[in-house]
Design a protein around this ligand. Structure first.
Ligand SMILES: [Zn+2]
Length: 68
């Protein structure tokens, strides 16, 4: 059983929203990272009625996943 792998699917971040936020560990699309609830606003996207700067009001940040 051998599968011909011609086209690689890694290397290029395929995302329309290439907009890293201050709270991001890495830009969206980075391998080993994923969306997580913003620790500053707890996912609400707002702090004291103002847009959270950490997640830019999205309530989510890109964090590194996977331990060790
Ligand atoms: Zn936030």
């Amino acid at each position: 059983m051998s599968t011909p792998s011609s086209s690689g699917h890694t290397g290029q971040p395929s995302g329309s929203s290439g907009n890293p936020k201050p709270g991001d560990d890495a830009p969206p699309g980075t391998a080993g990272t994923g969306q997580d609830v913003c620790p500053d606003c707890q996912g609400s996207g707002q702090i004291n009625g103002r847009a959270c700067e950490t997640c830019q009001g999205t309530g989510m940040v890109n964090k590194g996943v996977g331990g060790a």
